[in-house]
Design a protein around this ligand. Structure first.
Ligand SMILES: Nc1ncnc2c1ncn2[C@@H]1O[C@H](COP(=O)(O)OP(=O)(O)OP(=O)(O)O)[C@@H](O)[C@H]1O
Length: 695
């Protein structure tokens, strides 16, 4: 605010030659203490004060006397362009109560009086008051003003909220009654206190206390409370945002794809390390660049404008054709930026995955081929190793019996190749163009086995397919049904099976229609069915129906001539599947294979070779590539000593062998082994110790 804004324009004035009467009338009407005297050009040449006028009257000058000898030629004038603060100083220090105000050209612009000043001050203080309360009420912090008498004079709205009371209810009350003991006393001595911690109305606050000092005296104090509850909330939110950012960073940097984000103007706001590395830029430097500065043929800024996604397109980046996707970021229905994704196919991890996939695909291809060979018109004789006499005989037998439709019972320990024999019969038989359907009677739960074998009619039971389902018998029509682990079939199912074998027809579970089938049955068992018959677990009539042709496959330990050719055959098979380059089996390793008892038979040998191939990948399989349990069994057998043993020792040796074999079959699980040996666990432990069996 300037002086010219505080004065009245067109002020009263006198000219040289004007009479005292004119002066009296102007004093009377304008209610001023002095009148400027101006020349015809409106320049101030003097001032006639009330005192000058009264002096003239005391000198008994008549009212028609000109003012010329009474006005003061040295008028103190002020410029209209001085600011408020200067005017204040002039008024405070000047002995005169009023002064003419000049415009920029030095002409009379008005008169400034102390009364004008007071009015202006009042106006100014009203304005300041309004501004102050607007500011105070807009503040987050609570502000309390206390006067020198220690009474509350003001609470802003945040303070009302914090203290839970209205400003007018607090005004005039001693601060202690409202704020409690918060260390205000020092401020009345002029000391400010900052950063005090106080709990007010249950809220943690930081308090700043500032004395109001004017002209050297403390006129009161201002207390500012910063509510930490909100502050802490903000801090928590910031922490959450920080954590989210860190998570985003981590996610962006562990994914294989390159990611870049731009804002609505195409400026990079985020880029992950993978893409930055590929582009040869530092992520920190790339942020803030225009997208085409780091990725010249980018279209991300265009997508950020159009809002139309561009998915799985080919883009050449740094000389390589890569698949990219550009997705707009939409906010309130409008595009505000875009995210670009670049897929890098050549990463090491992907290579590794691809290698695994490749190996699986090879495995599938191999098995498919094997399936084709064994299930196809021609049996691949080379996939069944039969070097030993008994196996050669079995293979011949398979050829001979293939033409008939008689039921076959194949028996032998688990893993000896019973299914392979069944497949050989199928492939040599006139049914080789028909299906070979296999059911493992032990693997399928008892309650499902019946419907699995015979199928079920529509709506046979809850949860069943509403169209019904054919069983394996129907599927095997014109071919062979291989019933593995027949010894585990329930007596109820055994009788149903017997009926089908006799009548060649059956009814689906829950159905009424009779189904006729032309199926040759080959059953297999690793159980002693004679014993099962004796114990009543297997129907005698069914046994004889199945046992029309009987093939017994000896365990591998009884035909050691097959071990070496089988082992070499499996080396070739796994080289093919696993893409390994195993060249053979060392002599020592082969000796271990030949001496081992093979409780799991050919399947176990196959697993041992697969395991070694996985470890080794190339070169010769050596002792260290064989499972440790085989070596322990080997060292525990001490070959050659058997013959010299006395009766007692022989018993012990046999006992030892039985326990070792049970442990091997149970995979080293002593509880399981004890169960098969029908002895308590503690007795097995004692025996292991007594017979010095290595674990
Ligand atoms: N003479 C063999 N030549 C080649 N591979 C064989 C031979 N005998 C068995 N195998 C292989 O050993 C594994 C086990 O054979 P198969 O499943 O026929 O045995 P199984 O006696 O029917 O077993 P289980 O009693 O557990 O059903 C199969 O991978 C099979 O290909």
């Amino acid at each position: 605010m300037f002086l010219k804004d505080m004065i009245k324009s067109d002020p009263p004035r006198l000219y040289p030659g004007d009479t005292l009467e004119k002066a009296a009338r102007l004093f009377r009407h304008a209610k001023v203490d002095s009148l400027p005297v101006v020349d015809p050009g409106n320049r101030v040449i003097g001032i006639l004060t009330r005192t000058n006028f009264l002096d003239a009257l005391l000198e008994k000058a008549s009212l028609d006397t000109p003012i010329d000898s009474f006005y003061n030629n040295n008028a103190m004038t002020v410029s209209g362009s001085v600011d408020y603060e200067t005017v204040k100083e002039i008024v405070k220090t000047s002995p005169v109560g009023s002064a003419p105000v000049l415009d920029a050209g030095g002409h009379l612009a008005g008169i400034f009086t102390k009364a004008d000043m007071v009015l202006t001050l009042l106006k100014k203080s009203d304005l300041l008051n309004a501004q102050l309360s607007a500011i105070l009420n807009a503040m987050q912090n609570a502000v309390v003003a206390v006067d020198a008498e220690k009474r509350i004079t003001l609470l802003n709205s945040s303070a009302e909220k914090l203290l839970g009371l209205k400003g007018q209810d607090a005004a005039g009350r001693h601060y202690r009654k409202i704020l409690g003991e918060i260390g205000l006393e020092a401020s009345f001595l002029g000391t400010a206190q900052l950063g005090l911690k106080h709990k007010i109305n249950g809220s943690a606050t930081i308090v700043n206390i500032l004395p109001i000092i004017s002209r050297g005296t403390v006129n009161g104090t201002i207390v500012v409370f910063q509510d930490l509850t909100e502050f802490e909330q903000v801090a928590r939110e910031l922490e959450i945002v920080k954590n989210l950012n860190q998570t985003l960073d981590t996610v962006l940097n562990i994914i294989y794809d390159g990611i870049v984000v731009v804002d609505g103007s195409g400026i990079v706001t985020l880029i992950n390390q993978v893409l930055a590395d590929y582009l040869g830029v530092n992520p920190g430097d790339a942020v803030g660049c225009y997208i085409t500065d780091i990725l010249p043929n980018s279209r991300l800024h265009i997508v950020a404008g159009t809002g139309i996604p561009e998915l799985s397109e080919i883009q050449t980046i740094r000389g390589k054709e890569l698949i990219v996707s550009r997705l707009p970021v939409i906010k309130d229905g409008l595009p505000t930026g875009a995210v670009g994704k670049v897929i890098f196919p050549q990463l090491a991890e992907i290579k590794e995955l691809a290698a695994k996939l490749n190996s699986l695909q090879n495995k599938i291809a191999y098995y498919r081929e094997e399936l084709r060979k064994t299930g196809g018109a021609k049996f691949a004789a080379e996939s069944m190793i039969a070097v030993s006499r008994p196996m050669k005989m079995i293979l011949d037998e398979c050829r001979q019996i293939a033409a008939s439709g008689s039921t076959v019972l194949v028996s032998g320990e688990s893993g000896t190749g019973k299914e392979l024999v069944a497949r050989a019969i199928h492939n040599f038989s006139p049914r080789s163009n028909g299906p070979f359907i296999s059911v493992n009677c032990a693997a399928i739960p008892e309650n499902l086995l019946e419907s699995e074998i015979f199928g079920y009619a529509p709506g046979a039971f809850t949860g069943a397919d509403k169209n019904g389902k054919p069983g394996r018998f129907e599927l095997a029509d014109g071919g062979i049904l291989f019933l593995d682990e027949i010894g585990d079939m329930s007596l109820n199912l055994q009788s149903k099976l017997l009926r089908v074998i006799q009548e060649r027809e059956f009814v689906r579970v829950g159905g009424t229609r009779t189904v006729h089938v032309d199926v040759r049955i080959i059953a297999a068992t690793n159980k002693n069915l004679q014993a099962s018959m004796e114990s009543g677990d297997f129907r005698e009539d069914l046994y004889y129906r199945l046992n029309v042709i009987n093939i017994r496959i000896p365990p591998l330990r009884e035909r050691p001539e097959d071990i070496e050719p089988l082992a070499r055959y499996f080396v070739g098979k796994f080289n093919h599947i696993l893409k390994t380059a195993i060249t053979g089996i060392s002599q020592e390793a082969m000796e271990v294979l030949l001496k081992y008892r093979w409780p799991g038979n050919v399947r176990e040998l196959e697993n041992v070779i697969e395991r070694a191939a996985n470890f080794l990948r190339e070169g010769n399989i050596r002792i260290q590539h064989l499972p440790a349990y085989m070596l322990r069994a080997e060292s525990s057998r001490r070959p050659g000593q058997q013959e010299n043993l006395q009766y007692r020792d022989r018993i012990k040796q046999t006992e030892r062998d039985v326990i070792i074999s049970a442990l091997e079959k149970a995979g080293g699980n002593k509880t399981k082994a004890a169960r098969t040996l029908n002895m308590s666990r503690s007795r097995l432990y004692a025996k292991i110790k007594e017979l010095n069996i290595p674990l």
